[in-house]
Design a protein around this ligand. Structure first.
Ligand code: FAD
Length: 293
């Protein structure tokens, strides 16, 4: 197997194009286990860690750009994660310190494991992955980016260069809730929530975004008709229950990770309620309203 460590994006794309079965490697946290177990055997590895300018977090009051080579630990240390609870919750849920020290944001989204913790948070932030294919850059809405298990919109020679999103309004609240007691630390039910109260009355929910992992072949933004149940009024306990049940109905669970499907549905119900109530508590809106009797 050939090993290359190109010093520019253009060189990296050239290497990927010139070898039929070439694979990108960044932090190696998913790639190395696959190689060790003989599950893949590429002809070449293109290590992109020496490509410059992909390791910065740039955040203004309005927009955020996270370079593809930013590690989870670097992201946790960035001021951005102090501001954005949703992002911090999701990154903290990933593996352990060694995994977070090596794993990169670009590798995480490109790997497209349906159980990964960060994609749902990024989907709730309406984030896009930016990629380079040698001819130019493309933006991929992360709610459309994942096509199937371990499959994305990326062409084999296309490199993710970063993640971009607009900051949610300061009055918004976000949270990620997951079942971290699962074997190996991977979530068997993970859900991200972002709620935005009305700027004028401070309590009507005007925007609600939900996304989950480990419940379908891809990390999935929840369909509009479910999210919109939370919009237009002050959020109450009954509506949160209704949303949690609707999400359970939306799941495409298969019995593959040791826990039975009914138990995982139960976890999703609990995690959904936890994510929405925590997001609400962290927003400028008043706490969860009791449903009128
Ligand atoms: C013990 C262990 C526990 C873990 N626990 C969790 C967990 O709890 N939650 C969780 O979410 N994840 C977990 N992970 C997975 C980890 O988060 C991901 O493997 C990691 O983020 C992938 O990033 P990487 O930089 O290591 O990618 P690599 O392993 O280097 O690459 C992964 C894939 O992405 C491709 N790739 C890498 N970078 C790019 C790029 N810039 N553009 C295009 N393609 C690219 C590679 O070709 C490869 O196919 C765990 C991993 C391990 C080893």
């Amino acid at each position: 197997m050939q090993y290359y460590q190109p010093g520019s994006l253009a060189d990296a794309v050239d290497r990927l194009k010139e070898v039929d079965e070439a694979k990108i490697v960044a932090g190696g946290q998913s790639m190395m286990p696959l190689l060790r177990q003989g599950l893949i055997s590429p002809d070449a590895l293109v290590d992109i860690t020496a490509v410059p300018d992909l390791d910065e977090v740039t955040a203004s009051d309005d927009t955020v750009e996270i370079g593809a080579l930013v590690t989870y630990s670097e992201l946790l240390d960035a001021e951005l994660c102090a501001d954005l609870d949703l992002l911090r919750d999701a990154v903290e849920a990933i593996g352990d310190v060694p995994v977070r020290n090596a794993g990169t944001i670009g590798g995480g989204v490109s790997h497209a494991d349906p159980a990964q913790d960060l994609p749902p948070a990024l989907q709730c932030l309406d984030a896009a992955a930016v990629s380079f294919d040698g001819d130019g850059t493309r933006r991929h809405d992360l709610s459309e980016f994942f096509l199937d298990y371990y499959l994305t919109e990326l062409a084999p020679h296309e490199i993710v260069t970063g993640i971009e999103f607009e900051r949610p309004p300061a009055r918004a609240g976000g949270a990620y809730a997951s079942d971290t007691e699962a074997p190996g630390g991977w979530s068997t039910a993970g859900i991200a929530a972002l709620v935005v109260p009305d700027a004028e009355d401070g309590e009507t929910c005007v925007d609600a975004r939900l996304a989950y992992c480990a419940g379908a072949p891809v990390p999935k933004r929840v369909p509009d008709e479910i999210e919109s149940l939370l919009v237009g009024d002050r959020i109450d306990r009954e509506t949160v229950d209704e949303v949690a049940m609707a999400i359970v109905d939306d799941l495409e669970l298969i019995d593959d990770v040791g826990d039975d499907v009914e138990y995982r549905k139960h976890l999703f119900r609990v995690m959904t309620k936890r994510a929405i109530t925590t997001a609400l508590r962290r927003s400028d809106a008043p706490p969860l309203a009791e449903a009128p009797r």
